[in-house]
Design a protein around this ligand. Structure first.
Ligand SMILES: [Zn+2]
Length: 121
């Protein structure tokens, strides 16, 4: 399945990798990176690193972006991981069908719920 250009970027922007990963891994800030114990192999000292939009484990060489992380953690196909992230930001799977029609409107709606919840907090 092909997504309209900008969709994946928007999805990633709305699902910061640190937020998504910190649901599974306790991350600690280390300089400009975040580090934690790798969820993909057993370790006692953190070699799992999150930097910018990607993660990398120096222990088992796991790595990728937020979509790759969800695929591996939840054992999902690519498109299901995308749907998972679309669901996560509160707009539901219909977003994927809706997005190509009117990108501007969809952008405004994308994760609107989550944003308003955030601003209340
Ligand atoms: Zn690892």
């Amino acid at each position: 399945m092909l997504y309209p250009s900008g969709f994946i970027e928007e999805l990633k922007a709305r699902n910061p990798i640190e937020n998504v990963i910190s649901r599974y891994v306790e991350l600690k800030r280390a300089g400009s990176n975040m580090v934690g114990l790798c969820p993909f192999h057993s370790e006692r000292t953190p070699s799992f690193t999150v930097f910018q939009d990607d993660f990398h484990c120096f222990g088992c060489s796991a790595g990728g972006d937020v979509i790759t992380f969800v695929m591996r953690m939840e054992n999902l196909e690519y498109r299901d991981a995308v749907a998972y992230l679309a669901d996560r930001c509160g707009s539901g799977r219909e977003l994927i069908g809706y997005f190509p029609k009117s990108r501007t409107d969809a952008r405004a709606q994308l994760c609107h719920e989550q944003d308003s919840r955030k601003s209340i907090l």
